[in-house]
Design a protein around this ligand. Structure first.
Ligand code: 9MR
Length: 367
């Protein structure tokens, strides 16, 4: 048992008072009782971090200090996507990522890479000049160049992103994606092999959305992802982790439940790590004032994190952004209003109910 510590006692009591009514209206609390999430996570065998924007790091000292204090792991939200990092056949734009790498090293943070092979964020030169005849060479050279540059610096990669789309009617539930059209289903193994050759120590992840809910669509998609991962493992493909994006909808009636926990255990039983890679809570459909909105968002964070962390399979949690901005979450496809309070912190890193909830869930997760 830990010795009595007045400060810790007060902090714990305040936190409990805050959490009790399910984060209705948070009383004014001294923010110095809030412990950095990276620290709380590490104490419980987890990593916590954010998707970040190099332009903000360069220009906004508040953002920079906040990311340094709260994140133990960072991922560029867009800077490693093909269109950004490889905008012309013979030109790579590595400078923004290099600056993130330097920042992460200075702050003892791990880094993830997102993403090497995706049907979106492709520059025109790829869609206009790549053919079935040269696709293998273009894809493997891109992966070799990007992963090779950050060998030993980027610890895990989303190699293939969002390869399953059951509505497309392809074998195995594969998406009718650009690389699938060029190379057939073999593009997936090819991408992982190329990444593994470029950095044999990197953890190679398959990342997808729509896996969280126990709805019929979510259940079918999980089955397809599990089958994909199982057959990849059987073929000896170097895949080491599943990224569950986790773009959630606040208070969604068709929501996550025991089916998700079972799925995560099945993935873990294949020998794969589980990362929560893009967590946010879309509140664009929520009505009510800021306090009501924050309470609903916090409740969704709590229910989700308690469920997934309770399985003991998750090693890493990243949110898709640092603090609230008016933005479009992954849960809102291309239309509709933007979410307002989707992240764990309010603008400028101000603590809000979701911050306390996440701190609590990281600290109390089942081990
Ligand atoms: O948040 C990202 C947004 O800024 C980009 O315009 C968009 C297209 O590149 O991608 C968004 O991030 C997506 C991520 O890369 C993959 N999963 C869904 C994310 C939200 O749409």
């Amino acid at each position: 048992m830990k010795p009595f510590n007045r400060r810790r006692f007060l902090a714990t009591t305040l936190r409990a008072m805050t959490l009790a009514p399910f984060l209705g209206v948070r009383p004014a609390l001294a923010e110095d009782t809030f412990r950095p999430l990276r620290t709380v996570a590490v104490e419980h065998g987890l990593s916590f971090g954010f998707a970040i924007d190099p332009a903000q790091l360069d220009t906004n000292p508040i953002y920079r200090d906040f990311v340094a204090r709260q994140a133990g792991i960072v991922v560029p939200e867009n800077a490693l996507k093909w269109a950004q990092v490889h905008p012309a056949p013979d030109r790579y734009t590595f400078a923004p990522v290099d600056r993130i790498v330097a920042f992460a090293q200075a702050n003892h943070q791990r880094m993830r890479g997102h993403t090497l092979c995706w049907h979106r964020a492709l520059p025109d030169w790829v869609t206009h000049t790549v053919t079935p005849a040269n696709a293998k060479e273009v894809l493997t050279q891109h992966i070799a160049a990007v992963v090779g540059r950050y060998r030993g610096k980027i610890a895990s990669w989303d190699v293939v992103n969002e390869a399953i789309q059951l509505d497309d009617g392809q074998a195995g539930g594969l998406r009718d994606a650009f690389w699938h059209r060029m190379l057939g289903p073999g593009y997936i193994d090819l991408a992982y092999d190329a990444a593994h050759r470029a950095d044999p120590d990197a953890s190679l992840c398959y990342n997808d959305y729509g896996l969280e809910s126990d709805s019929p669509a979510g259940t079918r998609k999980r089955a397809a992802v599990l089958a994909l991962l199982r057959t990849m493992k059987q073929r000896g493909v170097p895949v080491h982790a599943l990224g569950v994006q986790s773009h959630l909808r606040a208070a969604d009636p068709h929501s996550f439940g025991p089916g998700l926990a079972t799925f995560l255990r099945q993935v873990h039983d294949l020998g794969l790590s589980v990362y929560i890679t893009e967590l946010d809570v879309d509140d664009s459909h929520v009505t009510g004032d800021l306090h009501q909105r924050d309470a609903i968002v916090a409740g969704t964070y709590k229910r989700y994190l308690d469920l997934v962390l309770g399985t003991g399979t998750v090693s890493t949690v990243l949110t898709w952004g640092v603090w609230d901005t008016v933005h479009r979450t992954g849960a809102t496809p291309s239309m509709g209003p933007s979410a307002q309070r989707a992240l764990v912190f309010a603008p400028q890193g101000v603590i809000k109910p979701a911050s306390w909830v996440v701190e609590h869930s990281l600290a109390w997760r089942a081990s």
